[in-house]
Design a protein around this ligand. Sequence first.
Ligand code: ADP
Length: 390
Amino acid sequence: MTGPLVLCFGVALAAVAWRMFFLRRKLREVSGYAEKVSEALREKVRSAEEEKNRILAILESMAEGVAVIDPDQRITLVNPALTRALSFPKGQIERRYFWEIFRDSIVNEMIAKTLKEHVPVRREHSILLSDSVFQIRISPVFGGGHFLGAAAIFHDVTKLKELERVRSEFVANVSHELKTPLTSILGFVETLKEGAVENKADRDHFLGIIEGHSKKLTRLIEDLLSLSRLDTDRTELRKETCDLAEALERALAFFERPIRMKKLKIRTELSPRPFPVRADPSALGEILNNLLDNAIKYNVEGGEIRVKASGDGAWTSFEIQDTGIGISAGDLPRIFDRFYRADKSRSRQTGGTGLGLAIVKRIVERHSGRVEARSAPNQGSTFTVTLPQN
Ligand code: ADP
């Protein structure tokens, strides 16, 4: 009896051992598989984390303001540009209702529409409590066929709008400046045609006026072309070492007649001679011509014009000082604006275009220099130009 029992027991033991061996192998296989799955999951989480960080970094560096709102009307994300632009309240913004944060009925209506109808909306709008004008775009966000919320993008177009305003103001000014002399020319031509041409004195008088207006139009067009070249020409200036004393003598010779007519005294304090200055020679001539023209036009009869210069190797400054009518404190900050005239009647009477100082400022800016004016009514004016010497 013992033999078969032992045999039976042995077979059972062998079966158990075999089963255990088989199970252990399966277990090893399963744990290897689990290891692989968890590694794949870890990889997925890591890449999702990386993706999220990348998106956050992009959002943080964006100039446009961005907000994401979920279907429950709660903000889930706001980038720093938007927080700054709309001066959002300090503290937690995420998870607050969008209408608690955007206190602007138009913006709130736009977001509500996208959340309700899942459609994009866009418009230009000046947000309440902010001086800026924004181009706002609200887009529905979908993922896996589900509506996930709305993304609001705020693009600040204030500078663009300002540029558009300046441009259309400039066009209106140019049209006005061209129209006034042209209307006058046409009027006198009509008068001549109607019979004034028969009388020599009348004819000469009217032709003189027509000539004056035509010259003014030519000056205006020359100044406009000069400004347009300065604005659009992106090529480097042809800077070279010029002699300021010689450039000044040339400019003074050009104005010899009006200086003599107005009995003006000229005092120049330029030493050493030649006085070196790094500049584009024709641009330097244009600066001197415009500043001297004004120093003559707005001076009093028998007045004085003084030109001084100094330099320290890195910078050269020169100033043109007159003893003329001066400029009031209210006008002083605007005299470099295009078409701005402090003394309108005198400027027009002397054929001024209102563009001379704007041209000087653009030229000086293109030399990376600066121009300043000091003045007071009836105390004369001093214009100082400072140019880098590199
Ligand atoms: P304009 O052709 O009218 O002279 P500018 O651009 O040269 O135009 O000057 C702008 C305005 O600044 C002038 O209309 C004038 O009122 C004022 N201005 C410029 N220079 C002088 C000056 N030296 N003295 C007094 N006013 C000046």
